[in-house]
Design a protein around this ligand. Sequence first.
Ligand code: NAD
Length: 425
Amino acid sequence: MPDPTLQIYADPTFAMASEQFRVLADYLNLDSNIRARLIAPKRAIAVTLPVHRDDGSITVFEGYRVQHHLALGPTKGGTRFHPGVSLGEVAALAMWMSWKCALTGLPYGGAKGGVTLNPTELSRRELEAVSRRYMQEMIPFVGPHVDIMGPDMGTNEQVMAWFMDTYSVYRGFAVPEIVTGKPVSIGGTSGRREATGRGVVYLIERALNMLKLPPHQCTAVVQGFGNVGSVTALGLAYRDGMKVIGISDASSAFYNEKGIDIDAAEKHALEHGNLAGFDGADSINANELLTLKCDVLVPAAVEGVITERNAAKLQCRVLAEAANGPTTPDADRILFDRWEEIFVIPDILCNAGGVIVSYFEWVQGLQNFFWNETEIADKLFRILEQAFTAMIKRSREAKIPHRMSAMAIGVERVLAAKKSRGLFP
Ligand code: NAD
């Protein structure tokens, strides 16, 4: 990270996002002035959140929001509640959101937010207090035409409802379009909860189709069993008839060569809060999960799980990056050498279903006119199809890996907007 203006973001995830950008910028032959304008986040906000705990004590949590660029419209991005959240991680996720929104043609710059905490260690009341305090601190910096929040790891519809309520109480009237991923009862859209996983499944089907592999004869392994992982596993198993042979979450990992009953796993996770104790498969070491022999591998949890240590050992045909940043740049170089064996669906495309349906939710909220779930799914698949086709076309024509192709499309669109608008003197 040579640029001193970026030192406040020093963090392994930001280093990953920066290295991906550097590789792409070298390929596009961008000059240093343009690189600096593209990579540096426009705004970064750090806040402290003092919250009364149930035992009467006070804990001060740290929260962040990064708005990466403002050239194409308001910024958009989820909020993460996780112990690993840092300013640098949030900045990296905001940058990826920028390329993702531009790749899919959404009129947004990327943003991301987060609070450094473990949501499973907080009571519901404490979680509500943190959520409301976070939105309260963010009020000067967000708005339906400024920056729109959504869910990410560790947050859900309920947290979005608390965000929406806090902002609305401050304004004095309901402002549902301040967040996406909220419950349908307060202006959320049908199909948002499933959107990311649904998009992942659609893109896996497209990849398998290109490889001439019938989905019902394929096997899959899914890491992470939260919103994205569970919806993806359910789709692969019951929409495509695929055998899901491996699943995991932060608590445990499981393998069953005959195929796991994903419905039963989901019921177990809902009942117990995680997969620990699930008896429909054998327990395995979490590290072994990613290198199991399978047709489709779906990392749907945290960043940096595919590294230079395991990339050469992957035994899948399709790597569907449902999580943000699951593959390190070192691993990426190994995967590029294996491009004929492994079809990579890069994260900025693979998990774009979430922000695409969030965009639909925002548009519906602004115009107070709502679409049904079939219309939402249809529009979602059309946007994903366009982005997928554009990525494949450029990758083939320029003979570059899928990630580079997808990023090139996104980065060039942001650059074109910045060039058209020019520099404020
Ligand atoms: P979630 O909180 O609903 O679920 C996360 C899951 O990952 C949980 O099952 C958790 O136990 C598991 N997990 C955490 N650490 C793990 C580890 N080290 N190994 C295995 N499992 C682990 O989160 P989510 O919304 O499903 O998000 C998952 C990923 O998808 C994140 O990278 C997120 O940024 C990305 N994403 C989410 C959305 C969305 O709409 N929710 C959209 C785009 C991208």
